[in-house]
Design a protein around this ligand. Structure first.
Ligand code: NAD
Ligand code: UGA
Length: 464
């Protein structure tokens, strides 16, 4: 099948950047990203490229190059599905908050709605591509819906999980370690796989494009995230041991990471991993394992999450304990709110949970993040339902200047590793703080010796 038109359902952190790069590299294919969220589509179409709905370094340049040429953002879902030969499903698949599998399983409502919409409006055969991260065997459900609810058309379902990380998404898309495409092992399945391989071949070397069966592809995505998160929980577990023994977790990470069998990536100890996917995908893996009666497998992976929760809690408790067991009425400055640097995404950010614990102790928090809006910060806290919106607003203020944030604070907590925090005038900050002036560095971002020399009481993760 020759692909002339692609439609992507879901204009989020994955749909937007992924399709922007596909369009950039395949100027002869028309790529349209559709979404039910009108505001999001309007933002994607914004003339002012600083107003794109997501902040991702380098994204504006690619959008500028392709938008209006062969890349389009639209609310016309039906029309674009109908006109396209290949349809990507890139909708959100959050953890279920209700019913069977609550708090564990992935909520596939949006995926099912997308499949039903495709079946409803399609007038010709289609290749449907799972771009969202999905439980293994979802392709079967999608295929059933398509086959049972359309009027005799032929659908091929492919799994093409996305491995980009936020903050480095453009580079990850430009030079991916691998592109993974799973499909049915039939003649028509192979044809569909080849059609997608051709699109990626426009810029990805053949050796980096892997093709597998559907289930290997679906399961590999969950596995990749589980392995990455597991490394962080492993090093974070050691950070606690370091704090009790005098070992330094960054030195340990360096020493073990130089063993080429271990490797140095994803060994940075922190206040805990966040982001929309690690927790969600591991919980999903745990749920699938439990559903199959594989309790040992489920328990093994669940521990990665429990350790991460423990790390966030430990960080908050350490602040409380160090500030003489009370933070009530004390000002604590939060530097950073996003779940990592170079993104405005706050989903599952450790900052939210640390803030919540300190607010429950009646601390006064002032928060500064270079990219996260005030509205988003209050929304994140509201979602936890720990206290009323008014109480959150009374206790937590959002600032747009880091110096004002830290002025008169009893302690500073660094929650995100934004580069600009390294460059701050730490002498000035020290002068304006209450003494003793504590810094709790949840990212081991700053230089302990320099801060101690200024007079700060510096506490990193996994070091004395
Ligand atoms: P997102 O929430 O940013 O975007 C999803 C979009 O889908 C939203 O704009 C929503 O309005 C839209 N949507 C939902 N239902 C729809 C429907 N029926 N019709 C049209 N639009 C609909 O989510 P995301 O971060 O882009 O993640 C999407 C998927 O990709 C998830 O499965 C996630 O696990 C996976 N993933 C995410 C990342 C990441 O870095 N964020 C990386 C790899 C994989
Ligand atoms: C992660 C994966 O890296 C991507 O491959 C995957 O596609 C994506 O999830 C997804 O499926 O959504 P992302 O969550 O965007 O990407 O960012 P990461 O760089 O993986 O960071 C996740 C969290 O772990 C962040 O909070 C980060 O600060 C933390 N982290 C990361 C550490 O604490 N230590 C590390 O060494 C690395």
């Amino acid at each position: 099948m020759k692909i002339k038109n692609i439609c992507c359902i879901g204009a989020g952190y994955v749909g937007g950047p992924t399709m922007a790069v596909i369009a950039q590299k395949n100027p002869e294919i028309k790529v349209t990203v559709v979404d039910i969220d009108e505001n999001r589509i309007n933002s994607w179409n914004s003339e002012d490229l600083t107003k794109l709905p997501i902040f991702e370094p380098g994204l504006d340049k690619v959008i500028k190059e392709s938008r209006g040429r062969n890349l389009f953002f639209s609310n016309e879902i039906k029309k674009n599905i109908e006109e396209s030969e290949m349809i990507f499903i890139s909708v959100n698949t959050p953890t279920k908050t209700y019913g069977e599998g609550k708090g564990m399983a992935s909520d596939l409502t949006f995926v099912e709605l997308s499949a039903r919409k495709i079946a409803e409006v399609a007038k010709s055969d289609k290749i449907v591509v799972e771009k969202s991260t999905l439980p293994v065997k979802t392709a079967q459900a999608i295929k059933n819906i398509l086959d049972e609810t359309s009027s005799g058309l032929k659908f091929e379902v492919l799994s093409n999980p996305e491995f980009l990380a936020e903050g480095t998404a453009m580079r990850d898309l430009e030079v991916p370690d691998r592109v993974l495409i799973g499909g049915e092992q039939t003649d028509s399945g192979h044809d569909a796989i080849n059609a997608l391989v051709k699109i990626y071949s426009a810029w990805v070397p053949q050796k980096n494009i892997i093709t597998t069966n559907l289930w290997s592809s679906e399961l590999s995505k969950l596995t990749a995230n589980a392995f990455l998160a597991q490394r962080i929980s492993s090093i974070n577990s050691l950070s606690e041991l370091c704090e009790h023994t005098g070992a330094d977790v960054d030195e340990v990470a360096l020493a073990i990471g130089m063993d080429s069998r271990i490797g140095k990536k994803f060994l940075k100890s922190s206040v805990g991993f966040g982001g929309s996917c690690f927790q969600k995908d591991i919980l999903n893996l745990v749920y699938i394992s439990k559903s199959l009666g594989l309790e040992m497998v489920a328990d093994y992976w669940h521990q990665v999450i429990l350790l991460n929760n423990h790390q966030r809690e430990r960080f908050a408790k350490n602040i409380l304990k160090t500030l003489y067991n009370t933070v009530s009425g004390k000002k604590i400055a939060f530097l950073g709110w996003s779940f990592k640097k170079d993104t405005n995404d706050t989903r599952e950010s450790a900052a939210i949970y640390v803030a919540d614990m300190l607010l429950s102790e009646f601390a006064n928090l002032d928060v500064y993040d270079p990219k996260v809006t005030e509205n988003q910060i209050y929304k994140d806290l509201k979602y936890l339902k720990s206290r009323s919106e008014k109480e959150n607003k009374d206790l937590l203020k959002v600032q747009n200047d880091p110096y004002k944030t830290c002025k008169d604070a009893h302690a500073i907590a660094i929650l995100t590793e934004w580069d600009e925090f390294i460059e701050l005038d730490w002498k000035k900050i020290y002068k304006d703080m209450k003494k003793p002036a504590f810094v709790f560095d949840g990212r081991n971002l700053l230089n302990k010796d320099e801060l101690d020399k200024i007079g700060f009481k510096y506490r990193g993760i996994g070091k004395l």
